[in-house]
Design a protein around this ligand. Structure first.
Ligand code: NAD
Ligand code: ZN
Length: 366
């Protein structure tokens, strides 16, 4: 049984998010019932996914569309740039697409963000369908409608809110995902555990101890739970301004560490893991009913060497002040009153922040 969540963001039309090991039948039905021009489509596919899964997608789409034009998107964060975005625009328009030609975004967050932003711009909006293929894209980037690209002055500085028509999450695609990318997605899953659903810690424990993560029975449920949390927060943000910031738990720390190490030493998920430990520590010393051990249980899975950064904390902290999400000169952090009870604070002292860094860098180290 596939899981179908209906997602409605603000006044936009609601759209379904399907989650299952394999969605072949559902995808077929969905397009066959669709009123949009489904005789053809534009597919924007990540280069690695193209190599590993093109044949399967091709077979599926052959039974739906008469023609699919494939744009293979180079892999990597630095490719989420204006040149590739323009190339997608050129490719679509030179292939004489129509306003109702679906754009299929197949890949991780890089492909989804760039292709989504291209879909928003071409003819003022092509129908967009997300086929996320990384854990991170499944639990995070394909949900919520943020699309965009990087600028040389910073990440994600150009973009638009643009909701898809549907999101198809097939966990079978994760069979080829490198472990490093699993851990990247896991950072976001642990984030959801801390801010909304501590029972996810147990699901993650089960997942990491499974022989093959992608076949773990709980994976579909885990992904659906994460999506539920993100959707809930994004939907509420309209009325309760600021709640979306809870999704940044651990991220102010993570972004500083990523920027300080020039995105070379840690993946985003690793940095988020370290950031979550730091923010949880800061929460506990501020009387939050939380215990860092819950997170530190996963440090073996990450296998990080972090102690050597302890003498550099003063410099790392300066990057926290450069985070674009800062509102004024105080660092705005998400802390926890208890697991699942986040709040925003701007009053932490520099000393408190530095000692949280020390704790995290000392303790996530294996
Ligand atoms: P990614 O898209 O770069 O994918 C990671 C790597 O996995 C790439 O090398 C890719 O080729 C490979 N890959 C993808 N699917 C695979 C598969 N099934 N098998 C084997 N290899 C596969 O990175 P990501 O972690 O998916 O996404 C990160 C991006 O998402 C960042 O640019 C970030 O800014 C963005 N993001 C966006 C949002 C949002 O709300 N829009 C939220 C979080 C993150
Ligand atoms: Zn993140």
């Amino acid at each position: 049984m596939s899981t179908n969540l209906n997602v409605q963001i603000s006044t936009e039309q609601a759209y379904p998010v399907f989650v299952d090991h394999d969605l072949t039948e559902i995808i077929r039905d969905c397009f066959n019932q669709s009123t949009t021009g489904t005789d053809r489509a534009i597919a924007v596919i990540d280069a690695n996914v193209d190599m590993l899964h093109r044949q399967a997608y091709q077979e599926l789409f052959q039974s739906i569309f008469n023609r699919v034009d494939w744009f293979v998107m180079p892999t990597g964060e630095t490719e989420k740039n204006v040149e590739n975005w323009k190339d997608v625009l050129d490719f679509a328009l030179e292939n004489e697409i129509r306003r109702n030609t679906p754009l299929l975004a197949i890949g991780g967050g890089v492909t989804g963000d760039l292709a989504g932003y291209a879909a928003s711009a071409i003819m003022r909006g092509l129908p967009l369908y997300h086929f996320p293929t990384t854990l991170l894209a499944m639990v995070d980037s394909s949900i919520g409608g943020k699309t965009g690209i990087n600028h040389h002055t910073g990440k994600n500085l150009i973009g638009a809110f643009y909701q898809p028509q549907a999101v198809f999450i097939e966990t079978s695609r994760l069979s080829t995902l490198p472990e490093k990318e699993w851990l990247c997605g896991l950072g976001e899953v642990l984030k959801y555990a801390t801010i909304a659903q501590p029972s996810l810690f147990d699901s993650v424990t089960e997942l990491v101890s499974a022989e093959k993560w992608h076949t773990s029975g709980n994976l579909t449920k885990l992904i659906r739970d994460c999506i539920g949390i993100k959707v809930d927060i994004v939907q509420k943000d309209e009325k309760e301004s600021g709640i979306r910031a809870f999704l940044n738990m651990g991220h102010t720390f993570a972004h500083a560490l990523e920027a300080f190490t020039e995105y070379k030493a840690f993946s985003h998920g690793e940095a988020v893991f370290i950031g979550l430990v730091a923010a949880t520590h800061l929460s506990r010393v501020s009387n939050g009913e939380v215990d860092e051990e819950k997170l530190l249980d996963f440090k073996q899975a990450y296998g990080l060497q972090t102690k050597k950064y302890i003498p550099l904390i003063d410099r790392i902290v300066t990057f926290m002040y450069k985070d674009k999400k800062m509102h004024n000169s105080n660092i705005r952090l998400v802390l926890l009153k208890a697991w699942g009870e986040p709040f925003l604070v701007e009053s932490c002292t520099l000393n408190q922040i530095k000692s949280s860094w020390t704790y995290a860098l000392e303790n996530v180290n294996i």
